[in-house]
Design a protein around this ligand. Structure first.
Ligand SMILES: Nc1ncnc2c1ncn2[C@@H]1O[C@H](COP(=O)(O)OP(=O)(O)OP(=O)(O)O)[C@@H](O)[C@H]1O
Ligand SMILES: [Mg+2]
Length: 361
């Protein structure tokens, strides 16, 4: 195993996660929609990449897109359509250019017509979407087209399709102008016979609400597969394994310390591995690494002043001693964002490294 920090991994680069991958593949076989849930940097997207490549080897057509940061149906549709065009272009060996969506659609339709590929329903929907982009159709007039696009496409290409939607919790933003949209979506997803849905989510509190609250449209629709940190043995095994590539062996106590500091979060383990390898097992090289500090700093910048205050207090005190008004509303918000969890009677910062950073602010 090589240490790779940051980017999504492909199947060959993954350490372990066979359990999670097998569960997802088995769910595919029984036509069970799946939600892959885990805090940030656990390796969800990488697991989904592995699943995509296994399914593709088995002749399943897979569309994967990430909806992090979407604000509305327009953003959602663009990402869906773009990934569909990319995958279809691969299938038919069409040239694919990175273009803004309107040009992309035009070029794609042009090229399938030129080589005489029949994708009638897809073409109709893409044309309608172009009309929408040129203000000849309202969003409300093409919502159902967009939701049904994968199923129509599956019928057109005579293949089963798997649609993977990464960071699914952003779907809630579609409700803004169209409060019923998630209800329609769920019922259509249910009807689709040739498409199966896999989603992931990292803002644990929000995704939990979306999938497990009886009043939410997606209540009890997905089977939930949790992606947890590596445990002590896995973490140490992973580090030892990676360090071998550098012909380095660090003291077990150092690796134990890295596990404690990182809570076994895979991304941080990789970063620590790189630092240890390049600095002769000196753990300070990791603890002082600007890479994680910058990421954490950036994420803390998105919090409110009180959220930050509460997290900081929590990093070295018990919650009971914290005196902020609206304490529980702030806690709830931090749980929603996937930064805190409640264990028995305590609130704990999920990420050991974040805890360490806050303590040393
Ligand atoms: N199975 C694994 N083996 C080794 N490293 C891993 C594994 N999974 C994740 N990582 C590490 O974590 C990093 C992030 O992985 P990935 O993007 O898949 O996580 P994620 O859960 O999707 O994160 P985010 O919530 O930020 O989207 C990788 O670049 C790699 O350093
Ligand atoms: Mg991800």
């Amino acid at each position: 195993m090589k240490f790779i920090f940051g980017r999504e991994l492909n199947r060959k680069e993954l350490y372990d996660r066979n359990n999670e991958i097998n569960k997802i593949i088995n769910s595919y076989k029984t036509r069970q929609p799946v939600a892959v849930i885990g805090f940030r940097r656990m390796g969800k997207s990488s697991i989904l990449n592995a699943v995509k490549s296994i399914l593709e080897e088995n002749n399943v057509f897979v569309i994967k897109f990430n909806i992090e940061g979407i604000y509305n149906l327009y953003d959602y549709s663009n990402r869906l359509i773009e990934s569909i065009i990319v995958e279809l272009s691969k299938k038919y060996r069409l040239k694919y250019y990175k273009e803004e969506i309107k040009k992309l659609i035009n070029k794609f339709i042009g090229s399938i017509n030129q080589v005489n590929i029949k994708l009638n329903d897809v073409e109709v929907i893409l044309n309608r979407y172009s009309d929408y982009l040129e203000n000849r159709l309202k969003a409300s007039e093409m919502i159902e087209d967009i939701i049904n696009l994968p199923e129509k496409m599956a019928k057109n290409i005579h293949k089963k399709i798997v649609v993977i939607i990464d960071e699914f919790q952003y779907i809630r933003f579609l409700k803004q102008p169209f409060p019923e949209i998630l209800r329609i979506m769920r019922s259509k997803f249910n009807e689709h016979t040739d498409v199966q849905y896999i989603i992931s989510g990292s803002e644990i509190g929000i995704i939990d609400e979306l999938l497990n609250n009886k009043n939410e449209p997606f209540y009890a629709f997905f089977r939930i597969i949790k992606v947890l940190p590596f445990d002590r043995n896995e973490s140490i095994g992973f580090l030892e394994d990676g360090l071998k590539n550098y012909s380095i062996k660090c003291d077990k106590a150092i690796l134990e310390k890295v596990y404690e500091m990182t809570s076994g979060i895979p991304a941080w383990l990789n970063l620590a591995g790189l630092d240890l390898a390049e600095n002769n097992c000196n753990i300070l090289s990791f603890l002082n690494d600007d890479t994680y500090k910058n990421i954490i700093k950036y994420e803390l910048n998105t919090l409110t002043k009180n959220e930050l205050l509460l997290l900081k207090e929590l990093s070295y005190k018990k919650i009971k001693e914290i005196k902020i008004s609206n304490k529980y509303r702030i806690i709830k918000s931090l749980i929603n964002k996937g930064m805190l969890i409640k264990t028995q009677n305590e609130y704990v910062i999920v990420d050991g490294l974040l805890n360490y950073y806050l303590k040393n602010l």
